[in-house]
Structures are given as structure tokens and as C-alpha cells.
Design a protein around this ligand. Structure first.
Ligand code: FES
Length: 104
């Protein structure tokens, strides 16, 4: 595990999501009510970037078939998604957003 700087805090407004890449891994970084979250960015149903989807409250709606994931926990919450999505620790330090992504 290692902290990676993925964006400037100023790059992300509240209720916004961006897609970033860390060591070849696709990560979605969210800001909800001033709190940062990170999940894997690729839907567990088929291939779609959640960062192209829509935030509804504390859920992200997949842009392809409108499945839902709970952003803080990664839990699958709506058909057709059944498999949860990995989440990652996030912190903000000196104006940078840092995500802790496993090495493997
Ligand atoms: S690819 Fe996300 S719901 Fe189908």
C-alpha cells in the first residue's frame, strides 16, 4: 500500500467525480459533502467508467446500464450490478488528494 497524489483538491468540487490512473489502475475519486472517497473506476457488470456516471446522493449510477454503487462502501445497490466494487482510503494533504492503492 502506498499513498499516491492523484489530483489537486481544487480540481474536485462537491458532488463531483473524476477518473484517475494509479500504477495502471483505474480509480474514481469523489467529493461528497466535503469528504473524499475513492473506488475502482470500472463497473463490475461490464466495461464502463463510473467517473462518466452520475452522482445521486451517496451513490454513483453507472452510465452504461444504470446500476448503482454506494460510494463510501462500494456496495452494489441496483440491478444489473451484483458485485461490489473495491474502495480505497483517501486523504487530503497540502492541497493534494492522496489515494492509498494496493501495489498488486
Ligand atoms: S456496465 Fe455498469 S451497469 Fe452495466
Amino acid at each position: 500500500m502506498a499513498w499516491h497524489s492523484v489530483a489537486k483538491s481544487a480540481d474536485l468540487d462537491d458532488d463531483e467525480v473524476i477518473g484517475v490512473e494509479v500504477d495502471g489502475k483505474e480509480i474514481a475519486v469523489y467529493k461528497l459533502g466535503g469528504v473524499y472517497y475513492a473506488t475502482h473506476n470500472i463497473c463490475t457488470h461490464e466495461y464502463a467508467c463510473l467517473s462518466d456516471g452520475y452522482i445521486e446522493g451517496d451513490r454513483i449510477e453507472c452510465p452504461l446500464h444504470q446500476g448503482y454503487f454506494h460510494i463510501p462502501t462500494g456496495k452494489a445497490q441496483g440491478a444489473p450490478v451484483t458485485e461490489d466494487i473495491p474502495t480505497y482510503p483517501v486523504k487530503e494533504e497540502d492541497g493534494e488528494i492522496l489515494v492509498d492503492v494496493p501495489d498488486k
